[in-house]
Design a protein around this ligand. Sequence first.
Ligand code: WT7
Length: 636
Amino acid sequence: MSAYHIQSLEEYFNQYRKSVEQPEVFWADLAANHFQWKAPWTEVLDWDFTKPEVYWFKNAKLNITENCIDRHLESKGDQTAILFEPNDPNEQAQHISYNALYQAVNKMANVLKDQGVKKGDRVCIYLPMIPELAYTVLACARIGAIHSVVFAGFSSTALATRINDCDARIVVTADGSFRGSKTIDLKGIVDEALEQCPQVNSVLVATRIKSKIHLETGRDHLLESLMSKASDNCPATVMDAEDPLFILYTSGSTGKPKGMVHSSGGYMVYTAYTFKNIFQYEEGDVYWCTADIGWITGHSYILYGPLANGATTIMFEGVPSYPDFGRFWEIVEKHKVNQFYTAPTAIRALARQGNEHVEKHDLSSLKVLGTVGEPINEEAWHWYDKTVGKGQAPIVDTWWQTETGGIMISPIPYATPTKPTFATLPFIGIQPALMDDEGQEIQGKQVSGKLCIKFPWPSMARTIWGNHQRYKDTYFSAFENKYFTGDGAIRDAVDYYRITGRVDDVIIVSGHNLGTAPIEDAINEHDLIAESAIVGVPHDIKGNALFGYVCLKDTEVRPDDAVIAKAINGLISEKIGPIAKLDHIVISPGLPKTRSGKIMRRILRKIACGEGDQLGDISTLLNPEVVAEIKEIVGR
Ligand code: WT7
């Protein structure tokens, strides 16, 4: 009996046991029976976390697009693969069938080929949530080019950094994007970025907002005209299971963004399998994940996971607040959405708008509600459960990361009893461990520690692009022979996990992973600023808000605080993007430091949170006197 569809807790425990006791047998059975391979593997798994090296389905050959598109054509060519819901509710939704998706992806693949793109080349994709984004991602996969999608809310500097890091020679973008009542000049941002990227020799521009744009002769081409001339037959390139499928950048606690590299075979198997079970997707269902494809959630659970299962997946171009805060529920009703997957920050923002927006709409199609990106608080959980799900649609609180490629800890709906704020049980094949500060694994129940994973899983990132050492240092050095997630977690009396948040210098704001260092670097570029430190403070809607302490250089000029604050947020928007702007800025006389010069963020965080009277012993600091001054200024 194949284990592909889990429908009871008992079955979950059975399969979980198999996946731990005989992981290779388990995954080989699953991979062989539910996917198309062009050549079999010679070894299911080969791994060594000390290097770290991980190979799944060694030497197997495949092309993920044949699994996501071609193999469905015969049985469901006319079924909607991607349902595009535009920003403007008055614009018609677009039902893109598997046949139509096949044609568009093949054309796009030929367009890329004509531009000289070959297997292994990196293609930077800077597109809004329009069908061309899906076509380009899948077209890359079809010809074995490595896609690097950059979220189209990132600034030109952030885009340039990402283009250069992976040495992309081609960028696919659009004239602009619609976002609620606004438009964004994407092509202008790309033009600015490319001033820093002389190696880019081809830019393909999709037409969306029909704005006047500059086209650089010889470099820039309108995508529409190339597509209209391209053949819709592009044979799928034979890929090794371990060939890179994509790079996706995530911010680290230090330095430049990390280009996480994901491979083809294991990623396909794991995202497909988790999608099927965690959303209990059945034939004919309409599934909607509100994320942007610029994040891993969109890669794995808008595109690859759903399409590998032959699902209907919604791609939404707009925002939850346009034309009003009922938009999500209007879409759920309109398309009879069965599985809905969003982030706690959206849930909180919508809950705040009151229940009328929800109650106006018929949401009875909903069978499963998902959440991802940050810990969900109890209040938001209950609102989601009662007001949106009417107590009838189980919540799957799914914990995972850009690095893990797929969902790691989550209930299986209708099988695992849920518990508010708990991600509950590890998914099949996942072996979590809680570690103490001495590096020992904490056994037993009702304990808390740093969350690690002690055995490889198929969709784990294989390296950081161009910097394997950093991959090792970041994830495999804190604890011997284990992948360290950067999160803290507790395990309760029934072995359920609750993720308590980051234990490093990453702050999650509205579900966006932000490293403190890049933001501080941006601030420190200001002429008058000597140094700065960012901490997270709880925020009702965003989960965390950014609180910045900045120290001015010792000069005669002391501009108005408001002027400095404005300049700081301007710099951050320019270097990173508006998502990283600070909510609070304090001009600080200094920063508390250890004797080795490390900024004591713990102290700054407490002061910012109004817990300045609970700092404990600060006498060992290099400059304890500064703490009282900061407390005075912050006044919390
Ligand atoms: C970090 C990873 C993977 C999807 C989007 C975020 C936090 C993610 C949960 C959850 C508590 C969560 C963790 C993790 N996180 N999901 N269900 N409960 N925290 O991907 O940007 O790579 O961020 O998001 O802190 O480490 P990402």
